[in-house]
Design a protein around this ligand. Structure first.
Ligand SMILES: [Zn+2]
Length: 247
């Protein structure tokens, strides 16, 4: 096989390895982002639960306060019934009215607090749901990742072997160049040379459309021992017909 034919074999194996790896990588990226969402949902739920406990505690304090005032009112009523003079009676009555007003005010606050407690419970339930959904999403992603890893595993090992075999036909320095270009262009290392105008001897790189200098075109057409790179995009360029003829 010619050098370019070896490179084409390497290129195909390399592209397939990249495609398979990217299937696994993208599943892993989805899982990572879902795990982050789950962590977020967990801490949100903790926050809301703490808030709900606080609201509940405040409401219970109000109830205790209301009960204490209620007891004081009862005691005052008893005192009032047994009061012997008008002055004492009026003083007790004034205190009683003040306490009743206070109890009304506490009860009003308690009612408002009850609504807050209810809203807090609803928020907690919502956070529970969000967390449940987040956990389900993570579980789904984990299954997907495991599935893809196992789907790809055997084929990837096979392709990596093919890739190594193809690479073994290519000189080391050239392999380095190949890998650098592959890295830069996400595996699109090679590009065919297109004939723009045979009459005017105009040929272009099909990847970036740059017209290639005539000297490079001649070398690509005649020299099977070296590679030719597009001066613009650095990809290895070749004549498809030449490889078909010699393959
Ligand atoms: Zn190019």
């Amino acid at each position: 096989m010619t050098l370019i034919a070896d490179l084409i074999t390497l290129h195909r194996a390399d592209l397939q390895v990249r495609a398979l790896r990217s299937r696994v990588d993208s599943a892993r990226a989805v899982l990572n982002s879902r795990e982050a969402k789950q962590t977020q949902a967990e801490s949100r739920r903790q926050e809301l639960q703490a808030l709900a406990r606080q609201l509940q505690a405040t409401m219970m304090n109000m109830e205790v306060e209301s009960k204490a005032v209620g007891e004081r009112i009862e005691a005052l009523r008893t005192e009032l019934n047994s009061s012997s003079n008008t002055k004492q009676y009026n003083a007790l009555l004034t205190e009683l009215k003040a306490l009743q007003a206070k109890r009304d005010e506490i009860d009003e606050r308690t009612l408002a607090q009850m609504e807050r407690v209810e809203a807090g419970k609803n928020d907690c339930a919502g956070a529970d749901e969000t967390l449940t959904r987040a956990k389900a999403g993570c579980a789904e992603s984990r299954t997907e990742l495991a599935q893809r890893t196992s789907d790809v595993g055997e084929r990837l090992t096979e392709l990596e072997r093919e890739r190594r075999a193809a690479a073994s036909h290519v000189a080391e320095d050239l392999l380095k160049t190949f890998e650098t270009i592959a890295q830069e262009h996400d595996g699109e290392t090679l590009a065919e040379i297109a004939t723009v105008s045979a009459k005017h001897r105009e040929y272009a790189c099909t990847a970036c459309n740059m017209l290639l200098p005539p000297a490079l075109v001649v070398r690509a057409a005649t020299d099977e021992k070296t590679i030719v790179q597009c001066p613009n995009c650095r990809r290895i360029v070749y004549f498809a017909e030449a490889t078909q003829a010699s393959a």
